[in-house]
Design a protein around this ligand. Sequence first.
Ligand code: ADP
Ligand code: MG
Length: 350
Amino acid sequence: MKDKTPVTIEVRNLVKTFGSFKALDGVDLKVDGGELVALLGPSGSGKTTLLRIVAGLDWPDSGEVFISGEDALAQGARERHVGFVFQHYALFRHMTVFENVAFGLRVQPRAVRKDEAGIRARVKELLDLVQLDWLSDRYPSQLSGGQRQRIALARALAIEPRILLLDEPFGALDAKVRKELRRWLRSLHHEINVTSIFVTHDQEEALEVANRVVVMDKGRIEQIGSPDDVYETPATAFVHGFIGESIELPVHVDGGVIRLGDRPLQLAADGLAPGASKLFVRRHDMLVGPPGTGAFEGAVQHVRNFGPVQRAEVALSGGETIEIDAPRDRELRAGDTIGLNPRRYRIFAG
Ligand code: ADP
Ligand code: MG
């Protein structure tokens, strides 16, 4: 009997360099059994490198990887039983959907390989799971992009992997299909309960798919938390700027006063370290009032209606231009002078 308890993954102090470039710069991460974690970061932040090391497709310069407590770096890719789905469909073009999914089962070592009836039953089960059993006889070229990625996932699951690694699996699909597949993946994961890491550079996708989000930048982890944590209480300037729509202003903190240029702002500076800092406000947290009533003063340059909100470009006195999202109950017009007051804000040193 195979043990079906979902495996845990732990990486400790992973460092990986390419030439003199540090793609991973001391990464520590624990993934619980059966969890679906999102790795979120801009292009080049080291997400794929980390995934490849967990999969056994690449090795770190230093650091450790444990799968359910066992030293994974002493094992090859095959021994780790990892299913991998990439952004670009790696389906075999000359094989039907059925044969694509069956492939991994047919090439298994003779000792564990199922007989033909067993393979057929397993493929049917997987195609049912991804809800595409009706496409069994088609070729990849006859499928939509979204269908191909669902088949790629079925194929990755065929060998009953202990770990599922998804590297921007929806990256090449259009926005509407991506959204459908997010929900689909979340419920599928619930059903299969395989420990999974989902890589994306799309913050909305990460927040929607995963229970825990790992935010990366420049080969380092900036924050690990629930979607709420990383959105509501970003740990660093990078996270605030990367997740959610943020206004970022260079300010200076000095003697309990926050200044934008030479203008002191009517904002509390308690507990802030003196020096150059960055002030962050979500676009929708900038409340509009009459001139002279807020921490900021500005002239509306341009307004665009954006669903339930109006997005206004505002030139602040002091030179910076920002974009705010205001409700449409008070109509803004180019040329208006307004006061702006942040409902919430964060200040990070540096
Ligand atoms: P991400 O998946 O977050 O976009 P990657 O892990 O692919 O980032 O890459 C991180 C950095 O490492 C990038 O700057 C990339 O150019 C570099 N890199 C990745 N793989 C190699 C390689 N095989 N040779 C040289 N540089 C690489
Ligand atoms: Mg990548």
